[in-house]
Design a protein around this ligand. Sequence first.
Ligand SMILES: Cc1cc2nc3c(=O)[nH]c(=O)nc-3n(C[C@H](O)[C@H](O)[C@H](O)COP(=O)(O)OP(=O)(O)OC[C@H]3O[C@@H](n4cnc5c(N)ncnc54)[C@H](O)[C@@H]3O)c2cc1C
Length: 470
Amino acid sequence: MTKRVLCVALAMVLLSSTLVGAQSVMSTDVIIVGGGGSGLVAALSAAEAGAKVVLLEKMGYLGGATMMSGGVMPAVGTRYQKELGIEDSVDAFARDIFRPGHYSQRRDLVYTVANNATEVLEWMEELGVKWKLVTGHLRIGQSNYRNHEAEGKGQGIVNVLVENVMKNENITVLLQTPGLGLIADTDGTVKGVAAETKDGEKLTVIADATILCTSGFAANGEMVAKYIPSIVGAYPMMAPGATGDGIIWGMELGAAVANMGAYQGYGPFSRELKQNLDLYALYRGGILVNKDGDRFTNEYLGYSELGAHIVNQPDHIAYMIIDGENAKNTPALTSWEEAGIVKKADTPEELAKQLGISPTKLRFVFDDYVEGIKNGEDRFNRTKLPKEWKAPFYAVEATGDLRHTQGGLVTDTEARVLKIDGERIPGLYAAGGVTEGFTSAGGPVYMSGSGLLQAFVFGRIAGQSAAARK
Ligand SMILES: Cc1cc2nc3c(=O)[nH]c(=O)nc-3n(C[C@H](O)[C@H](O)[C@H](O)COP(=O)(O)OP(=O)(O)OC[C@H]3O[C@@H](n4cnc5c(N)ncnc54)[C@H](O)[C@@H]3O)c2cc1C
């Protein structure tokens, strides 16, 4: 719901061509485009620093991808780690971020999030987010127990942030109000945003500082095809608002972009159920076989990488096959059977017939896998193998999805947007999925929790920098 709308007669000449026919003008200290995790955090942080803030959101609700997320954020030295006597360090945290990206990421950005995550997590706790340290099993890419999961997951975090935003007198929220473009003066200083209200009226928001929190471009088919062709065909699990708007506007003003091929997906994912399949069924010794009857990867990869490998098979699918022992430890199998998506057989030939693939090839795959088990290492260098591979066999169709992109506008550690020559674009800040991020120079590799880390830490920094007009 729109909280407050200020309508003022257009009283100044504005520079953007998008403003022809503009009817309303607002002015504020800080304008933020995008009301997901980074935008909400930036709004609260800027308001806390004394700024008047206007927050534009194109959807009819706040939350973006943040609302859809697992609500997991890594941080070191938190009271939760201390209570359990967990020894951890910023350097170990940074190494875990660097490792999947093979140190292709910017060191200053990685250390900014590693150093600031704890303060941000505790600040969010003061706002009302209830964190719990995840122990018992290490999340993908984490070498220590440092992932904190919020009560209510991503939705729980968004509920708390929205509640705080809505009661903050310094923040005006406008829903169903898409930003249409940036307003800049002749020397390239950003002066605000052109937008359209939910009634279709043109709106101009003039501000001392503009923060882009519009996320990445996962929902923009053209941009995905251009920058990440290898993931075309993935199941669309992204937030609908992630159409790349902020990245496009920044580029139009000469902003540099980086890591445009970096993204996060998930596999194995069921198209029929529209939900994740149990990744651990693969980690317990399950295998993936494509429609040509070939195994094609080491199934112990992280979920984002597995998604990419599956999407690049014929028809973007593979069959996840598990044996009888594994099935006993896969509780979700019952619900998959109830949904009618499981094929079951006692021999590879029978299973192959049901799947419509070559019985000879599936026989080869099974025999080859058994040989690998005997040798202690299979064809794809898996060494943590089950003791045996025995009937009955179960197969479920799986694909990979695309959740969010991880590359975008280049910023400095104060969240200021930079041009190709390294100079800043005065007045323009960015945070979250709209920025270049720090997961890798390209591809699906991903340390779990990186998306929210990027949104929350840089959302907070952007809000503070913008309020201070740094
Ligand atoms: C299914 C799923 C699960 C995930 N799980 C995790 C997880 O467990 N841990 C983790 O770290 N990350 C996870 N992620 C990634 C994480 O959610 C994102 O990295 C993070 O939420 C990005 O935050 P953001 O603020 O940049 O974008 P968002 O939260 O998506 O917010 C961007 C907002 O900007 C709005 N917007 C866009 N363009 C405009 C415009 N022109 N005008 C006005 N508004 C606009 C959008 O509508 C949206 O509301 C997951 C993502 C998905 C999709």
